[in-house]
Design a protein around this ligand. Sequence first.
Ligand code: DGY
Length: 332
Amino acid sequence: MTPKKQGFSVWVTRRIPQPGLDLLAGFCAIVDVEPEDRPVSRARLLEQVRGRDGVLCHLTDVIDEEVMEAAGPRCRVFANYAVGYNNIDVEAATRRGILVTNTPDVLTETTADLAWALLMAAARRIVESDRFLRSGRWDGWGPMQFLGQDVHGAVLGIVGAGRIGRAVARRAAGFDMRLLYTDPEPRPDMDALGARRVELPELLSASDFVSLHAPLTPATRHLIGRAELARMKPTACLINTARGPLIDEAALVEALAERRIAAAGLDVYEHEPRVAEGLTALDNVVCVCHIGSATLTTRTRMAEMAAGNMVAALEGRMPPHAVNPQARRPAG
Ligand code: DGY
């Protein structure tokens, strides 16, 4: 059923694929989309949320108590265009009866693909070799050129066996890898893949590849610091497609520069869009720009899902992906 247009006013803090905007436009009287394709300033955020019934926001927007206060009493929902929602103070939203929603599942496989792209690129020195060729320095095949790490038959350690961690693990079967994982709870589908649940120190010292998939919480900030990097094999590669602050980035730069680990593949950074000093000067790190879910299909699905969550909340229904369902208020 096509939803009826209501008197709602919503703000989209940065443009998303059109199907999500169309869905909002079919339901709300006012849909304002931020014209600039860059993170909104704090001042703009505080100004534009005022009087809105809902806000479709991004992981680059810090949605805290001050923003909720600025939004005012009409605000029912912050629909985050991401599976992670560490940018939103969910407790404050719940206290105010504001729903927070996210976009799980649709981006799982796409993000797992990117973790593998980084793993392969870091292990086989793809970007370094590409840069070398383009620079005109390559003088032909060499027996000692760009020696990397074998992926097949290696040990893959998954830190956090949630949806994305498990999707990364499933792909390892094609490479005959052995799997280890850490997670607060046993995961039967990881066990079915032959994965063994261990504590983090064991995973770090036994793995050839360590891939991070834990959510960012106060407990997981700097999960990988100097001590943890020191446990890793000198031939190991560290992959992060989760959240940057899981790694102490300055400590990682040191470990890579001193070749205490072989390589890293990073999609996310501790202080995005800045990266730690010295990181980009290193040859043994592959850096991409937080593109885990960045395929046209997945970002379009995320847009539809975020907009669907928003519409449900405005209608007084429970959004399919509410992270604080207890905040729901009756319609009106
Ligand atoms: C997420 O969804 O949390 C990703 O980091 C952004 O697509």
